[in-house]
Design a protein around this ligand. Structure first.
Ligand SMILES: [Zn+2]
Ligand SMILES: [Zn+2]
Length: 310
Protein backbone atom coordinates (compact mmCIF):
# COMPACT_ATOMS: atom_id res chain seq x y z
CA UNK A 1 0.00 0.00 0.00
CA UNK A 2 1.58 3.28 -1.16
CA UNK A 3 0.36 6.46 0.49
CA UNK A 4 1.18 9.87 -0.95
CA UNK A 5 0.22 13.23 0.53
CA UNK A 6 -0.91 15.95 -1.90
CA UNK A 7 -2.60 18.30 0.58
CA UNK A 8 -1.96 18.40 4.32
CA UNK A 9 -3.24 21.83 5.42
CA UNK A 10 -6.53 22.38 7.21
CA UNK A 11 -9.36 24.80 6.53
CA UNK A 12 -8.00 26.97 3.69
CA UNK A 13 -5.15 26.77 1.14
CA UNK A 14 -2.16 28.58 2.64
CA UNK A 15 0.66 29.57 0.28
CA UNK A 16 4.06 30.12 1.86
CA UNK A 17 4.88 33.84 2.27
CA UNK A 18 8.02 35.80 1.33
CA UNK A 19 8.62 36.41 5.02
CA UNK A 20 8.58 32.63 5.71
CA UNK A 21 10.96 31.95 2.80
CA UNK A 22 13.31 34.56 4.27
CA UNK A 23 13.18 32.76 7.65
CA UNK A 24 14.09 29.47 5.95
CA UNK A 25 17.02 31.04 4.07
CA UNK A 26 18.40 32.47 7.31
CA UNK A 27 17.97 29.08 8.99
CA UNK A 28 19.85 27.37 6.13
CA UNK A 29 22.60 30.02 6.03
CA UNK A 30 23.26 29.38 9.72
CA UNK A 31 23.73 25.68 9.01
CA UNK A 32 25.80 26.02 5.85
CA UNK A 33 29.34 24.59 6.00
CA UNK A 34 32.21 27.13 6.33
CA UNK A 35 33.51 26.46 2.83
CA UNK A 36 32.00 28.20 -0.19
CA UNK A 37 29.25 26.37 -2.07
CA UNK A 38 30.45 27.35 -5.52
CA UNK A 39 28.20 25.38 -7.79
CA UNK A 40 24.78 23.81 -7.94
CA UNK A 41 26.20 20.30 -7.32
CA UNK A 42 27.75 21.38 -4.00
CA UNK A 43 24.57 23.20 -3.08
CA UNK A 44 22.50 20.10 -3.91
CA UNK A 45 24.77 17.95 -1.70
CA UNK A 46 24.38 20.39 1.18
CA UNK A 47 20.57 20.40 0.84
CA UNK A 48 20.59 16.59 1.04
CA UNK A 49 22.02 16.94 4.55
CA UNK A 50 19.09 19.02 5.85
CA UNK A 51 15.45 18.02 6.27
CA UNK A 52 13.27 18.72 3.18
CA UNK A 53 11.05 20.73 5.49
CA UNK A 54 13.89 23.16 6.22
CA UNK A 55 14.36 24.29 2.62
CA UNK A 56 10.97 23.27 1.20
CA UNK A 57 7.55 23.67 2.69
CA UNK A 58 5.12 21.54 4.67
CA UNK A 59 2.72 22.66 1.99
CA UNK A 60 -0.30 24.90 1.72
CA UNK A 61 -2.80 22.69 -0.12
CA UNK A 62 -5.78 21.28 1.75
CA UNK A 63 -6.61 17.63 2.39
CA UNK A 64 -5.92 15.13 -0.37
CA UNK A 65 -4.19 11.77 0.04
CA UNK A 66 -3.57 9.24 -2.73
CA UNK A 67 -3.37 5.54 -1.93
CA UNK A 68 -2.31 2.99 -4.52
CA UNK A 69 -2.73 -0.71 -3.94
CA UNK A 70 -1.63 -2.69 -6.99
CA UNK A 71 -3.63 -1.07 -9.81
CA UNK A 72 -6.31 0.33 -7.49
CA UNK A 73 -6.19 4.09 -6.91
CA UNK A 74 -8.02 5.52 -3.92
CA UNK A 75 -8.22 9.24 -3.19
CA UNK A 76 -9.05 10.41 0.30
CA UNK A 77 -10.71 13.83 0.13
CA UNK A 78 -10.64 16.39 -2.64
CA UNK A 79 -9.04 19.46 -1.07
CA UNK A 80 -6.89 21.78 -3.17
CA UNK A 81 -4.16 19.10 -3.13
CA UNK A 82 -6.28 17.29 -5.70
CA UNK A 83 -5.14 19.79 -8.35
CA UNK A 84 -1.42 18.85 -8.27
CA UNK A 85 -2.49 15.18 -8.01
CA UNK A 86 -4.48 15.57 -11.26
CA UNK A 87 -1.52 17.25 -12.97
CA UNK A 88 0.73 14.39 -11.87
CA UNK A 89 -1.74 11.82 -13.23
CA UNK A 90 -1.80 13.69 -16.57
CA UNK A 91 1.97 13.45 -16.82
CA UNK A 92 2.07 9.80 -15.79
CA UNK A 93 -1.01 8.49 -17.59
CA UNK A 94 0.48 5.06 -18.21
CA UNK A 95 0.76 4.43 -14.44
CA UNK A 96 -2.99 4.75 -13.82
CA UNK A 97 -6.03 2.77 -14.96
CA UNK A 98 -8.11 5.99 -14.83
CA UNK A 99 -10.72 4.65 -12.41
CA UNK A 100 -10.46 6.77 -9.29
CA UNK A 101 -12.17 5.68 -6.08
CA UNK A 102 -12.77 8.79 -3.99
CA UNK A 103 -13.58 8.44 -0.29
CA UNK A 104 -14.90 11.61 1.31
CA UNK A 105 -14.60 12.42 5.00
CA UNK A 106 -17.20 15.20 4.59
CA UNK A 107 -17.91 18.14 2.30
CA UNK A 108 -16.41 21.18 4.02
CA UNK A 109 -14.70 23.43 1.46
CA UNK A 110 -11.19 22.29 2.31
CA UNK A 111 -12.16 18.70 1.39
CA UNK A 112 -13.98 19.26 -1.92
CA UNK A 113 -12.66 22.43 -3.56
CA UNK A 114 -9.99 20.60 -5.60
CA UNK A 115 -12.47 18.59 -7.70
CA UNK A 116 -13.21 21.20 -10.40
CA UNK A 117 -9.42 21.56 -10.95
CA UNK A 118 -8.71 17.83 -11.12
CA UNK A 119 -7.73 17.35 -14.79
CA UNK A 120 -8.89 13.69 -15.06
CA UNK A 121 -12.41 14.88 -14.09
CA UNK A 122 -12.52 16.70 -17.44
CA UNK A 123 -11.70 13.61 -19.51
CA UNK A 124 -14.40 11.32 -20.87
CA UNK A 125 -12.19 8.20 -20.65
CA UNK A 126 -11.88 8.59 -16.89
CA UNK A 127 -14.16 7.30 -14.15
CA UNK A 128 -14.76 8.95 -10.79
CA UNK A 129 -16.44 6.78 -8.17
CA UNK A 130 -17.47 8.74 -5.10
CA UNK A 131 -18.02 7.01 -1.75
CA UNK A 132 -19.46 8.51 1.42
CA UNK A 133 -22.01 7.68 4.10
CA UNK A 134 -23.64 11.07 3.29
CA UNK A 135 -26.95 10.56 1.51
CA UNK A 136 -26.91 13.61 -0.76
CA UNK A 137 -23.30 13.75 -1.86
CA UNK A 138 -24.09 14.38 -5.55
CA UNK A 139 -26.33 17.34 -4.70
CA UNK A 140 -23.60 18.81 -2.50
CA UNK A 141 -20.98 18.55 -5.23
CA UNK A 142 -23.36 20.03 -7.82
CA UNK A 143 -24.03 22.88 -5.42
CA UNK A 144 -20.33 23.68 -5.11
CA UNK A 145 -20.21 24.20 -8.88
CA UNK A 146 -23.47 26.13 -9.17
CA UNK A 147 -22.83 29.18 -11.38
CA UNK A 148 -23.28 31.50 -8.41
CA UNK A 149 -20.11 30.01 -6.92
CA UNK A 150 -18.12 28.56 -9.82
CA UNK A 151 -18.06 29.10 -13.61
CA UNK A 152 -17.98 25.44 -14.71
CA UNK A 153 -20.96 23.32 -13.71
CA UNK A 154 -20.56 19.84 -12.22
CA UNK A 155 -22.41 18.36 -15.24
CA UNK A 156 -19.64 19.70 -17.51
CA UNK A 157 -17.04 17.44 -15.91
CA UNK A 158 -16.76 14.85 -18.70
CA UNK A 159 -15.59 11.91 -16.60
CA UNK A 160 -18.09 9.13 -15.93
CA UNK A 161 -19.30 9.71 -12.38
CA UNK A 162 -20.95 7.28 -10.00
CA UNK A 163 -22.00 7.64 -6.38
CA UNK A 164 -22.01 5.01 -3.67
CA UNK A 165 -23.71 5.81 -0.40
CA UNK A 166 -22.04 3.71 2.27
CA UNK A 167 -24.46 1.88 4.52
CA UNK A 168 -22.63 -1.26 5.55
CA UNK A 169 -19.94 -0.64 8.12
CA UNK A 170 -17.56 -2.87 6.20
CA UNK A 171 -17.30 -2.92 2.42
CA UNK A 172 -14.76 -3.77 -0.22
CA UNK A 173 -13.17 -1.98 -3.17
CA UNK A 174 -11.12 -4.48 -5.16
CA UNK A 175 -9.61 -6.65 -2.43
CA UNK A 176 -9.25 -3.74 0.00
CA UNK A 177 -11.53 -3.92 3.04
CA UNK A 178 -12.81 -0.53 4.11
CA UNK A 179 -14.80 0.61 7.11
CA UNK A 180 -15.78 4.01 8.40
CA UNK A 181 -16.57 5.70 11.70
CA UNK A 182 -18.86 8.65 12.43
CA UNK A 183 -16.97 11.51 14.08
CA UNK A 184 -17.59 14.53 16.26
CA UNK A 185 -17.25 17.47 13.84
CA UNK A 186 -19.66 20.31 12.96
CA UNK A 187 -21.88 18.92 10.17
CA UNK A 188 -20.47 15.39 10.86
CA UNK A 189 -17.49 13.72 9.28
CA UNK A 190 -16.20 10.16 8.86
CA UNK A 191 -12.86 8.46 9.24
CA UNK A 192 -11.81 5.50 7.10
CA UNK A 193 -9.93 2.32 7.84
CA UNK A 194 -8.32 0.56 4.87
CA UNK A 195 -7.03 -2.96 5.18
CA UNK A 196 -5.22 -4.83 2.45
CA UNK A 197 -2.81 -7.73 2.66
CA UNK A 198 -2.78 -7.38 6.46
CA UNK A 199 -1.65 -3.76 6.24
CA UNK A 200 -3.91 -1.16 7.83
CA UNK A 201 -4.08 2.59 7.24
CA UNK A 202 -6.43 4.92 9.10
CA UNK A 203 -7.48 8.33 7.77
CA UNK A 204 -8.95 10.29 10.67
CA UNK A 205 -9.33 13.99 10.08
CA UNK A 206 -11.75 16.73 11.03
CA UNK A 207 -12.59 15.25 14.38
CA UNK A 208 -12.70 16.67 17.86
CA UNK A 209 -11.63 13.82 20.10
CA UNK A 210 -11.29 14.86 23.72
CA UNK A 211 -9.75 11.52 24.64
CA UNK A 212 -9.72 8.13 22.93
CA UNK A 213 -12.85 6.08 23.64
CA UNK A 214 -13.37 2.35 23.21
CA UNK A 215 -14.96 2.59 19.74
CA UNK A 216 -12.20 4.71 18.27
CA UNK A 217 -9.45 2.56 19.82
CA UNK A 218 -11.07 -0.55 18.34
CA UNK A 219 -11.29 1.17 14.95
CA UNK A 220 -7.55 1.97 14.97
CA UNK A 221 -6.43 -1.33 16.51
CA UNK A 222 -3.17 -2.62 15.07
CA UNK A 223 -2.90 0.00 12.32
CA UNK A 224 0.40 0.47 10.53
CA UNK A 225 -0.31 4.15 10.04
CA UNK A 226 -2.75 6.61 11.59
CA UNK A 227 -3.21 9.92 9.78
CA UNK A 228 -4.66 12.16 12.47
CA UNK A 229 -6.16 15.67 12.68
CA UNK A 230 -3.66 17.69 14.74
CA UNK A 231 -4.73 21.19 13.82
CA UNK A 232 -4.33 22.70 17.26
CA UNK A 233 -1.71 22.75 19.99
CA UNK A 234 -2.32 21.74 23.61
CA UNK A 235 -2.47 25.43 24.61
CA UNK A 236 -5.07 26.33 21.97
CA UNK A 237 -7.58 23.52 22.24
CA UNK A 238 -9.43 24.63 25.39
CA UNK A 239 -10.81 27.69 23.53
CA UNK A 240 -11.45 25.77 20.32
CA UNK A 241 -13.35 22.67 21.33
CA UNK A 242 -16.26 23.71 19.10
CA UNK A 243 -14.12 23.93 15.95
CA UNK A 244 -14.13 20.16 15.47
CA UNK A 245 -10.39 19.50 15.48
CA UNK A 246 -7.93 17.70 17.73
CA UNK A 247 -4.36 17.91 19.00
CA UNK A 248 -1.39 15.68 18.28
CA UNK A 249 -1.17 14.58 21.92
CA UNK A 250 -4.60 12.92 21.63
CA UNK A 251 -3.33 11.19 18.48
CA UNK A 252 -0.43 9.83 20.57
CA UNK A 253 -2.78 8.58 23.32
CA UNK A 254 -4.97 6.92 20.70
CA UNK A 255 -2.08 5.42 18.73
CA UNK A 256 -0.46 3.93 21.84
CA UNK A 257 -3.77 2.55 23.16
CA UNK A 258 -4.51 0.94 19.77
CA UNK A 259 -1.00 -0.40 19.13
CA UNK A 260 -0.48 1.77 16.04
CA UNK A 261 3.03 1.81 14.53
CA UNK A 262 3.20 5.24 12.88
CA UNK A 263 1.33 8.44 13.69
CA UNK A 264 1.18 11.14 11.00
CA UNK A 265 0.08 14.59 12.13
CA UNK A 266 -2.24 16.08 9.50
CA UNK A 267 -4.63 18.99 8.74
CA UNK A 268 -2.15 21.62 9.87
CA UNK A 269 -3.40 24.97 11.13
CA UNK A 270 -3.41 27.60 8.31
CA UNK A 271 -2.39 30.19 10.92
CA UNK A 272 0.89 28.44 11.75
CA UNK A 273 4.21 28.73 9.93
CA UNK A 274 6.27 25.62 9.20
CA UNK A 275 8.52 26.47 12.13
CA UNK A 276 5.54 26.69 14.49
CA UNK A 277 4.17 23.37 13.20
CA UNK A 278 7.59 21.76 13.71
CA UNK A 279 7.73 23.20 17.23
CA UNK A 280 4.36 21.63 17.92
CA UNK A 281 5.69 18.28 16.65
CA UNK A 282 8.45 18.48 19.29
CA UNK A 283 5.83 19.12 21.98
CA UNK A 284 3.81 16.11 20.80
CA UNK A 285 6.95 13.93 20.81
CA UNK A 286 7.72 15.12 24.33
CA UNK A 287 4.23 14.07 25.44
CA UNK A 288 4.94 10.63 23.98
CA UNK A 289 8.34 10.27 25.71
CA UNK A 290 7.08 11.47 29.07
CA UNK A 291 3.99 9.28 29.16
CA UNK A 292 4.90 6.18 27.16
CA UNK A 293 8.61 5.64 27.59
CA UNK A 294 8.40 2.01 26.38
CA UNK A 295 6.35 2.73 23.28
CA UNK A 296 8.12 2.66 19.90
CA UNK A 297 5.53 4.75 18.11
CA UNK A 298 6.99 6.73 15.22
CA UNK A 299 5.57 10.27 14.99
CA UNK A 300 5.95 12.56 12.01
CA UNK A 301 4.42 15.55 10.26
CA UNK A 302 2.55 15.08 7.01
CA UNK A 303 4.02 17.27 4.30
CA UNK A 304 3.21 17.68 0.64
CA UNK A 305 4.93 15.07 -1.47
CA UNK A 306 5.57 12.72 1.48
CA UNK A 307 5.29 9.02 0.62
CA UNK A 308 4.78 6.11 2.98
CA UNK A 309 4.76 2.49 1.95
CA UNK A 310 3.30 -0.06 4.34
ZN1 LIG B 1 -10.92 20.21 7.15
ZN1 LIG C 1 -14.35 20.02 8.39
Amino acid sequence: MDIKFWGVRGSIPTPITTEQIKEKLIYLAERKPDRQLNNSEELKKFLETVSPLDFGSIGGNTACVEINIDDLTLILDMGSGMKPLGNFIEKNRENYNHIFHILLSHTHWDHISGLPFFKPAHQSDCQLRFYSPLENLKVRLEYQQDHRFFPVGFELLKAKKSFYQLKEELFQIGHTEISYLLQNHPGTSYSYRLKDNNKIAIYMTDVFLEKPNEAVIRFCQGADVLIFDSQFSREEISDKKDYGHSIGETGVDLAVAAGVRKLVLFHHDPDKTDLEIEKNLQQVKQHHQQNYSRSELDIQLAYEGMKITI
